[in-house]
Design a protein around this ligand. Structure first.
Ligand SMILES: O=C(O)C(=O)C[C@]1(C(=O)O)C=C[C@@H](O)C=C1
Length: 323
């Protein structure tokens, strides 16, 4: 799978300070390498998504690579929630990384003796079937990342688990022995990562773009979600992700985290955003950026830029205004 081609950003490769969910050996670090971040740039590992995005907000780093969505387990709540509130941040690019897990332990540990396994919650969800078959009695110990689980085994022997589910590179980095390879339940598993920056960086329109939004409703009423979605439907905009997340203010209050196909500079996307601005309590624009898979957006004749500008010129003529 080919990684995203970095767009023209004001993030200059050699001097950019990149943060990522670490430590070394995470899938997130692989995403940063696949993005093409210059090896001589600063690559700063953080212990959590919140810590990486916090450092971005405080100006300690210029951009952060974080996981947002996995093809097996779905959205990464820590990322969705950190982007949905607080000081605004924007996505400037995405990377897709194929996910392959190994089960690794200190040298000499037989598989039959593994009583507890440490890993990231998203990784555990992707190996549940394998664990049920091969280690049905093993307890699960959550760690902040898959590489943190591997690192824990190589430390002073105090880890609360005997084996880690991690990337092959993390096992190698820590001198661990691989007890089993390719233990993911879905061999096609992919995680989507986003490079996040402060607002002010708008990647160029490529014709193969995505826009990410978080929508807050004014109130709860029949057809409320339909009212939001029809803004896309009537303008021929395809949605590629929709998730509801609690606003955390009270029970039953949700916001909607959405990816649509297209760029904020596309007329149809701009018109949809204006429609949402009218009907929502808040529209949080989380960026327009090139799709990692490069698939061009299919646009019907009635929703091209030209059809919108023609219609606007026609309205202006009815109003006696210049085109
Ligand atoms: O723990 C890691 O290695 C990560 O990069 C995090 C993460 C995730 O949040 O989904 C990334 C990819 C895998 O799906 C499992 C864990």
């Amino acid at each position: 799978m080919s990684p995203a081609v970095p767009p023209a950003l004001s993030l200059d490769g050699a001097t950019t300070r990149y943060g990522y969910l670490g430590p070394e050996g995470t899938f997130t670090q692989m995403a940063l390498h696949a993005w093409g971040a210059a090896r001589d740039a600063v690559h700063h590992p953080f212990g959590s998504v919140d810590a990486a995005l916090g450092a971005l907000r405080s100006g300690e780093i210029d951009a952060a690579m974080v996981p947002i969505e996995n093809s097996v387990e779905g959205g990464v709540s820590a990322t969705l929630d950190a982007l949905a509130s607080g000081e605004p941040l924007v996505v400037v690019g995405e990377v897709l990384v194929p996910i392959t897990f190994v089960l690794a332990a200190r040298p000499g540990m037989p598989l039959a003796d593994v009583r507890a396994v440490g890993t990231h919650s998203h990784a555990w969800a992707q190996v549940r079937g394998w664990m049920g078959t091969h280690l049905p009695h093993a307890a699960y110990v959550p760690t902040l990342s898959t590489a943190a689980a591997a690192a824990g085994l190589s430390e002073d022997g105090s880890a609360a688990y005997d084996a880690a589910v991690c990337a092959p590179v993390a096992a190698a980095n820590h001198g661990l022995e691989v007890l089993a390879e390719d233990i993911g339940d879905m061999s096609s598993a992919v995680t989507r990562f986003v490079l996040v920056a402060k607002p002010g960086t708008l990647p160029e329109r490529t014709g193969a773009d995505k826009t990410t939004l978080v929508l807050y409703q004014r109130d709860d009423h029949p057809g409320g979600l339909l009212e939001l979605l029809e803004q896309f439907a009537v303008r021929g905009i395809n949605m590629s992700r929709l998730e509801s997340r609690p606003t955390k203010e009270s029970m039953g209050r949700y916001c909607f985290s959405i990816d649509i196909e297209g760029h904020v500079l596309d007329e149809r996307v701009g018109e949809a955003l204006m429609g949402l601005k009218r009907v929502c309590a808040e529209v949080r624009f989380l960026g327009s950026y090139p799709r990692a898979d490069g698939t061009e957006v299919r646009v019907s004749d009635s929703t091209t830029d030209e059809s919108f500008t023609d219609a606007r010129a026609w309205l202006h003529s009815l109003r006696g205004l210049p085109g």
